[in-house]
Design a protein around this ligand. Structure first.
Ligand code: KG4
Length: 348
């Protein structure tokens, strides 16, 4: 079962070829970061125009790197949501046109479901099943979620951020600290020479247990907007922080507060769900400090921890093709690609 995956939900134009839902034969990602950097964030109009230019060559590279031709492809899988409407549209249009021209069946794939699945790429790990559900911490630039992953076809959101995603909080914190975009890796680099306990930043949504926010239990939800504001005030109150060389301590303490908030909810959900398998997926899962903290939790709680391989953490099409292949092999029908769905929920 060989699937060509296409992903264009935000600012990466990506195509990949994956065999049997697991073996990544090629994974081409054209990042637009340089085009968006001057603006400190993704500009949708620039993103969609760049997708138009990059889409055909990226798909061609994915096929040639995998050493396959169109006649080898059994299915085309495309991200149809959630994401930026104008960006999703380019991938969906390309996938529909290719399917019509070649006769290869098409399926839509949920971007967030792709992130959940990314931990199984290039591995022989047994996938989540009814008898053995997984607890997944999904941490990207647009989403922060705790997910009870029952199977590749069924997931329940236990908690999520009520404001900024953790990646967004790192990106905004980096801007305040005068660092570049995207901010996550910049903060990580600066934090390496700083002390995580130098400053006390808020860990988000403390107290109020037992109340419900948007149908989710408050104690399993996240909030990062207060963290960002705390950094803003700290910098305002110490205007010569740069001359004093306080950047590394500020970055390390800020990053630590964000990750402590993640670990606190994760551990709570772990105790409640009694899941033995825990995964961390998404762009922020690249962070070595977060990985170390997850390792410590897994040793302390004797759980089986899996973090998505570095190559598949940030947006990519291998996770889209992989999930499509796994769904087909499990006998699940293709999902219709009628339109783009910018707010598609994680329900898979
Ligand atoms: O998964 P992703 O490509 O985005 C979405 O699907 O939304 O992740 C992008 C996010 C950005 O916020 C970026 O700052 C963050 O992942 N990120 C990191 C690191 N590398 C990327 N955050 C912390 N440490 C990193 N090393």
């Amino acid at each position: 079962m060989i699937v060509l995956g296409i992903e264009s939900s935000c600012d990466e134009t990506a195509a990949a070829v994956v065999r049997d839902g697991r073996e990544v034969l090629s994974n081409v990602i054209l990042s637009q970061i340089d085009s968006h950097r001057p603006y400190g964030g993704v500009v949708p109009e620039i993103a969609s125009r760049a997708h138009v230019e990059a889409m055909a060559p990226v798909i061609q590279d994915a096929l040639s790197n995998a050493q396959v031709t169109w006649s080898d492809i059994d299915q085309i899988a495309v991200t149809h949501g959630p994401g930026l409407a104008s960006s999703l549209l380019i991938g969906v249009t390309a996938a529909k046109a290719l399917s019509a021209r070649t006769g290869i069946p098409l399926t839509g794939i949920n971007h967030l479901a792709g992130h959940l699945y990314s931990v199984y790429l290039d591995s022989t790990l047994p996938v989540a099943s009814e008898g053995t559900p997984w607890l997944v911490l999904l941490v990207t630039g647009g989403n922060t979620m705790l997910v009870h992953y029952h199977s590749i076809d069924q997931a329940t959101v236990l908690g999520q951020s009520i404001d900024d995603a953790v990646g967004e909080a790192l990106d905004k914190g980096a801007t305040l600290l005068g660092l570049g975009y995207p901010g996550g890796p910049e903060i990580e680099a600066l934090a390496k020479s700083g002390a995580p306990a130098a400053y006390s930043f808020p860990r988000g949504l403390q107290g109020g247990n037992g109340t419900v926010i948007g149908g989710l239990r408050r104690e399993l939800c996240f909030s990062f907007s207060g963290l960002k504001t705390a950094l803003l005030y700290r910098l305002r109150d110490c205007s010569n922080w740069q001359e004093q060389g306080l950047g590394p301590n500020l970055a390390a303490s800020y990053q630590e507060a964000a990750f402590d908030a993640l670990l606190d909810r994760l551990e709570r959900a772990l105790v409640e769900t009694q899941c033995q398998h825990v995964a961390c997926v998404g762009g922020v899962a690249k962070n070595q400090r977060l990985r170390a903290k997850l390792d410590e939790l897994s040793a302390r709680r004797s759980i089986d921890l899996h973090i998505t391989p570095l190559a598949y953490c940030t947006d990519n099409a291998a996770m889209i093709a992989g999930l499509a292949g796994a769904r087909a092999l499990a006998g699940l029908p293709p999902l219709p690609v009628d339109d783009v769905h910018p707010n598609l929920p994680i329900a898979i």
